[in-house]
Design a protein around this ligand. Structure first.
Ligand SMILES: Nc1ncnc2c1ncn2[C@@H]1O[C@H](COP(=O)(O)OP(=O)(O)OP(=O)(O)O)[C@@H](O)[C@H]1O
Ligand SMILES: [Mg+2]
Length: 413
């Protein structure tokens, strides 16, 4: 990648870049936060993705090429030389488990500090994991101080013994390593690695929805990702490898056409519910290899699409059931990811889940904001919002003397 373009300025600390490496597209989103707190989009780059299967990198060369293309476009459009990115991860290798951690409060006056809470979370890292898994996120579910449970924020309270129930989200070591390898090969540094449905939730869920109970369901090309929130906290996450690509594949096989044609007619004429097709129209499909064109009706196409969409939604319902939230989601389900744009999918989901369902559109400001207001970009927008939040949480590093910097340098090696 060209790194010496004179008209590109360095990525200052205020600029965050979200890099969504999906199964069908790679998207790099360059943005910064305005004084008003709104997200200002500076540039976006997208490239078709061919090196992933069901959310996981299976071909390094192709993935590197897609990332480089998306980054180059984002740099051109934003005028910023990208150095650091916040990256999403998904795939059915992701696991979530619960653990408990406990510490004694060291402060002589027994007041619990933020450092104690950090120490408590660190203790959760000692959870027994399969050797091929690595920790992605530690999400505190509740704190227990001297036997008193149900505490959401213990800082400032008094106590001698503090416990926490922690949700530990892990990923396959090799899947993480391959992602790092691809991003680093493009000359970029990964600032944060974020579970994709968590990232998407930042872009499309309201704080009130997370408070009362809501399920975020991101149906992309290769994976369907779920995150359930209650009382403002992530309570459950799951990923499975059936999504939009399978729908396209069913159409391709069912009609004996090529993938690009199947994709095109899915988007143009596809519908998820037979009964709600108001005007059944017939459309032509060009014949392949000199064969005659075919005529297909919308309702015939729907007969191919609907069973697959029902299968995906039934898997989602099973996960909501497994999480114990079947009757505990007053804010219902928010659908996002490219497949959320399939006509009638919200109606089918509502019928199947018996819950309110809406489509999640990420919102942002700036010249390119309209371009990202699309369920497909929920993850990229969410990655930027996640990166900005981490930046706010971590105070700026204090200026260090040369001696301290040198000492730190040698400690690193
Ligand atoms: N209008 C539409 N109707 C139906 N499907 C659509 C429409 N627009 C996009 N899609 C589908 O959305 C999918 C891509 O969604 P998205 O960009 O969220 O996936 P991704 O992030 O690349 O993949 P993943 O997150 O699963 O790894 C494709 O399967 C595409 O066919
Ligand atoms: Mg995606």
């Amino acid at each position: 990648m060209v790194k010496t373009e004179p008209h590109r300025r360095d990525q200052g600390p205020e600029v965050v870049v979200g890099l969504d490496i999906g199964t069908t597209k790679v998207c790099a989103l360059v943005a910064q936060q305005q004084q008003t707190g709104e997200l200002h989009v500076l540039g976006i780059g997208t490239a078709p993705s061919e090196g992933l299967n069901r959310g996981v990198v299976v071909n390094i060369e192709k993935t590197v090429a897609s990332i480089a293309q998306a980054i180059e476009q984002a740099e051109q459009r934003s005028g910023i030389r990208i150095e650091r990115v916040t990256v999403g991860i998904s795939g059915d290798h992701i696991r979530a488990q619960q653990t408990r951690s406990v510490i004694a409060i060291s402060n002589p006056n027994r007041e619990i500090s933020a450092a104690d809470v950090a120490r408590l979370l660190e203790d959760a890292r000692s959870v027994a994991l399969p050797p091929d898994q690595v920790i992605l996120h530690l999400i505190p579910q509740e704190y227990i101080v001297d036997g008193q449970d149900g505490i959401t924020d213990p800082v400032g309270m008094s106590g001698v013994r503090m416990e926490a129930r922690v949700c530990v989200i892990t990923a396959l070591v090799t899947a993480v390593q391959n992602l790092y390898r691809c991003v680093e090969r493009v000359g970029l540094q990964i600032e944060h690695l974020v579970l994709q449905p968590l990232a998407s939730s930042y872009a499309v869920l309201e704080p009130e929805e997370k408070e009362v109970g809501v399920a975020l369901v991101d149906i992309g090309g290769g994976t369907t990702d779920i995150a359930i929130f209650d009382e403002g906290v992530v309570r459950y996450t799951a990923v499975f490898g059936i999504a939009g690509r399978q729908i396209t594949d069913d159409i391709r096989r069912g009609l004996g056409i090529i993938t690009a044609q199947a994709e095109e007619i899915k988007r143009t004429y596809g519908h998820a519910v037979q009964e709600s097709i108001l005007h059944d129209e017939v459309f032509p499909i060009p014949g392949i290899g000199g064969r005659k064109p075919m005529e297909i009706s919308k309702s015939l196409l729907c007969q191919i699409i609907q069973p697959r969409v029902e299968e995906i939604l039934e898997f989602v319902l099973a996960e909501i059931h497994r999480a114990g939230y079947l009757h505990r989601l007053p804010a219902g389900v928010v659908l996002t990811g490219g497949t959320a744009l399939l006509r009638g999918i919200d109606e089918l989901a509502q019928r199947l889940f018996q819950l309110p369902v809406k489509i999640g559109f990420p919102s942002a400001r700036g010249g390119l904001a309209a371009e990202v207001a699309h369920p497909m970009y929920a993850t990229a927008v969410g990655l930027v919002l996640f990166g900005l939040e981490q930046r706010r949480r971590q105070p700026k590093a204090p200026k260090r003397s040369l001696l301290q910097r040198l000492k730190a340098f040698f400690e690193e090696f």
